[in-house]
Write a protein that binds this ligand. Structure first.
Ligand code: ADP
Ligand code: MG
Length: 326
């Protein structure tokens, strides 16, 4: 069999127009894509790179890499309250492997098709495995969810369960033994196939003051909202929606540090005015995930933690690239 060229890969694996997307005048194949922006909307643009061995273990399945590379970008659109439309993909691979590409595309396009997102262009290079996706979405003018809108008195919420992807990573790296098979599979799925909270993001457009997606750990990411909004917060640890197995393994995984610092959950953390809390609970039944109130925004800067009414000390630290080992 003849080796595939870069152009064969684009034609056979990546060029998949979506008939229903009438806003793509010209997709893959020219020097650039021609795209039609939606009247009355702002275009939200976001980009994330996944590097093998940094963002995922080197033995991660290609289908999971494809899913995750797109999911982390759609999660950023969700956190902005945007509806996804188009993506571009920069693929750097050590070699062209048809099996790897088939699996990667099943993960990538499997998720893209769920949300009607079209791949409209990209780039390809030879080198250590690294995947960059840029995602584009729309939000009606002025309705985007930003980090800088939290107000004193707002209630802090988080979607889904936090810390599960982090536990999945410890299992994947053989640092945590999990004998209960369904739990093990669930935690690994949370690591490998995160579900972007896009419906929640849309619902929050009219309700939230501020939002962020939890990629680097709840404490670090909520910290970004607090800094941008020039406010502080106290989280009630007993209300955190942690993994069902967390209590049993709490000491072996580092206590509260684990759910506060674990990355990769891709849940949304957001703040709403107290007067909006009832409306939010009413909207809950239409969402794809649970939401939990975990704290309150205060004027005193910084993030504090209470447990059953008592302030306790936790030293949270989310994931940061380039942080020296001290
Ligand atoms: P150019 O040399 O003009 O930059 P390329 O030869 O790199 O164009 O790409 C040809 C076409 O294929 C372009 O439309 C480009 O957007 C698309 N393309 C290249 N790599 C990818 C990729 N990884 N995913 C999607 N489209 C791609
Ligand atoms: Mg060109």
């Amino acid at each position: 069999m003849l080796a595939l060229s870069e152009f064969d890969v684009i034609r056979q694996y990546l060029n998949r127009p979506i008939a229903s997307r009438s806003d793509v005048s010209l997709g893959i194949g020219d020097d650039g894509a021609l795209l039609q922006c939606r009247a009355g909307c702002e275009l939200v643009v976001t980009m994330d790179t996944l590097v093998s061995g940094v963002h995922f273990p080197t033995d991660t399945q290609a289908a999971h890499i494809g899913h995750k590379a797109l999911a982390v970008n759609l999660s950023d659109l969700a956190a902005m309250g945007a509806e996804p439309a188009w993506v571009t993909l920069s693929l750097t691979m050590p070699e062209i492997s048809t099996q790897w590409l088939t699996d990667f595309c099943s993960g990538f396009f499997g998720l893209a098709d769920v949300y009607g997102v079209q791949l409209v262009g990209g780039d390809m290079s030879q080198g250590p495995l690294s995947i960059t996706v840029q995602a584009h979405g729309f939000v009606p003018q002025g309705l985007a969810l930003r980090r800088d809108g939290a107000k004193v008195g707002d209630r802090v919420f988080v979607s889904g369960v936090i810390g599960e992807a982090g536990l999945g990573l410890q299992i994947a790296k053989n640092l945590l033994q999990m004998d209960d098979l369904p739990t093990r599979e669930h935690l690994l799925a949370r690591l490998n196939t995160p579900q972007p909270r896009l419906e929640l993001g849309l619902a929050l457009r009219s309700m939230a003051h501020a939002a962020i997606d939890v990629s680097d750990g709840l404490a670090a990411d909520l910290g970004h909202i607090l800094a941008a909004s020039q406010v502080g917060a106290t989280l009630s640890l007993e209300t955190l929606p942690v993994a069902a197995c967390f209590q049993a393994i709490q000491t072996s995984v580092g206590g509260w540090q684990q759910p506060l610092n674990a990355g990769d959950d891709y849940e949304l953390c957001f703040t709403v005015a107290e007067t909006q809390v009832t409306a939010l609970h009413r909207a809950k039944s239409e969402l794809e995930c649970s939401i939990t109130q975990i704290g309150v925004i205060e004027s005193q800067p910084g993030l504090r933690f209470s447990h059953r009414g008592r302030i306790i000390q936790v030293q949270p630290k989310g994931y940061e690239h380039f942080r020296g080992k001290s």
